[in-house]
Ligand binder design. Structure first.
Ligand code: HAM
Length: 423
């Protein structure tokens, strides 16, 4: 019997994992500069949290959650996204009382959605996301967007498109909602079952329907931007002004609605415009969610954030032909000839490692030639050869692979010599 990996999941093999680590490191470093701190929440939460947080009319809640009952009869769900959980923790740990506001958090970890797998869409994927809670300043909206763009740009991506929209405040949405119902109602029977069900529950979601996207009523649907009240319009204008100040190019798309219920005011997505990128071009999505903290049982607190998946980021890098500057090789391979040299090599490799040097030796009882080949395969910067002659003279033969230069180094200063040359 042989086993296969579950559909929609993937193994990250060592070569790929190095890329992941590099990306994670860039994201963490940028969070440090922007002053966002890491939060780690559980991989599963009470199902109710997502019903409330994400919204029970969304695709995520209706079709995509991995929900199970534990042995105590509780309904738990593998997190489909990070925001609801971060907000739950924010409320539970009373972070609204922290002296430093807004509370700026980031997270990185696996999310789970039962979706139809295709290029760029997995059932387990890793999101990197940030949430800034406690500020109603449009400058923080611009900051959050800038951070997302900075991550992509630091990795070398150029073919990016930032699309923004405003979903307005409660009052604006109410007016827009009625306009949408009036618009779609007379011909709603021409739409899919999901859209029919959404008409009264959440008509804005109709605009995001993949099945009915080409229906003529979609093109003529009332735009949220025409329904923004004074306050919402001013807010949106300020966000745009700040983006311009930061030199970030963007497009306004009044049809950008996002797939989660908690958004209001600013909504945004970053797409890849690279040729050869798959059908799903959204790399990153986010927005403002001013009612969510209250919905989850906390005091009225504004919030904004985004999430991006590392999987789609990697696909975008590939589509733009960008290879990450990953150091592939080890520092030193110790080749040993003869029984005594082999024993000595064990200690030498250990001593190198103690000093922070990436070192390797042979464990397959290989001949010298094969050991040299192994060193080559590992892209060793230096190869140190210890034969019987060298051992007797108390030296080791160190070869710099890039230049071919060789040097006999006394064994007792070998480690400090290696430290010097590798600096
Ligand atoms: P979302 O748009 O559902 O938003 O997901 C954000 C990002 O996660 C997407 O743009 C995409 O990069 C990635 N993603 C989503 N589903 C998949 C999948 N099946 N396979 C691979 N990647 C995927 C959220 O999750 C919100 N929590 C974002 C947010 C944070 N809004 C405010 N704060």
């Amino acid at each position: 019997m042989s086993f296969q990996i579950p559909r929609g999941t993937q193994d990250i093999l060592p070569e790929q994992a190095a890329k992941w680590q590099y990306i994670e490191q860039i994201a963490r470093e940028l969070c440090r500069r922007y002053n966002y701190q890491e939060i780690r929440t559980p991989i599963f939460e009470h199902t109710e949290l997502f019903l409330r947080g994400v919204g029970d009319t969304t695709d995520i809640v209706q079709k995509e959650m991995y929900t199970f009952e534990d042995r105590g009869g509780r309904s738990l769900t593998l997190r489909p996204e990070g925001t609801a959980a971060v907000v739950r923790s924010f409320v539970e740990n009373k972070m609204y009382g922290y002296p430093n506001q807004p509370v700026k958090l980031y997270y990185m970890g696996p999310m789970f959605r039962y979706e139809r797998p295709q290029a760029g869409r997995f059932r387990q994927f890793v999101q990197f996301g940030v949430e800034a809670l406690g500020s109603n300043d449009p400058a923080i909206d611009a900051e959050v967007i800038a951070l997302a763009m900075d991550i992509y740009r630091s990795l070398g991506l150029k073919k990016l498109k930032l699309v923004i929209n405003s979903l307005g405040d409660v009052e604006s949405r109410k007016a827009h909602r009625q306009a949408l119902i009036d618009h779609f109602q007379p011909r709603i029977h021409e739409f899919c079952d999901d859209c029919q069900a959404r008409l009264h529950k959440n008509p804005m979601r109709i605009l995001d329907c993949k099945k009915d996207r080409d229906h003529e009523l979609m093109r003529t649907a009332p735009s949220i931007l025409d329904y923004l009240n004074e306050q919402s319009r001013t807010y949106f204008e300020k966000v745009q002004m700040y983006l311009q100040k930061l030199g970030i190019a963007f497009e306004v798309d009044p049809r950008l609605v996002r797939g989660l219920d908690y958004y209001n005011h600013t909504a945004f997505e970053i797409m890849s415009e690279a040729e050869g990128f798959g059908a799903i071009t959204t790399l990153c999505g986010g927005g403002r969610y001013n009612g969510l903290v209250q919905e989850i049982g906390g005091p009225e607190t504004p919030g904004i954030g985004f999430a991006l998946s590392i999987e789609r980021l990697l696909a975008a890098l590939e589509a733009e032909g960008i290879s990450l500057p990953i150091s592939e090789g080890i520092d030193c391979y110790v080749v040993a000839l003869g029984e005594q040299a082999k024993e000595e090599a064990v200690a030498l490799v250990a001593a190198l490692r103690q000093e922070g040097i990436a070192a390797e030796k042979d464990y397959q009882d290989r001949k010298v030639k094969a050991q040299l080949k192994a060193a080559d395969r590992l892209h060793a910067a230096y190869v140190a050869i210890l034969g019987e002659d060298e051992l007797q003279k108390g030296v080791i033969n160190v070869k710099h692979m890039a230049t071919g230069e060789q040097q006999e180094v006394p064994l007792d200063i070998f480690v400090s010599h290696m430290k010097n040359v590798l600096q």
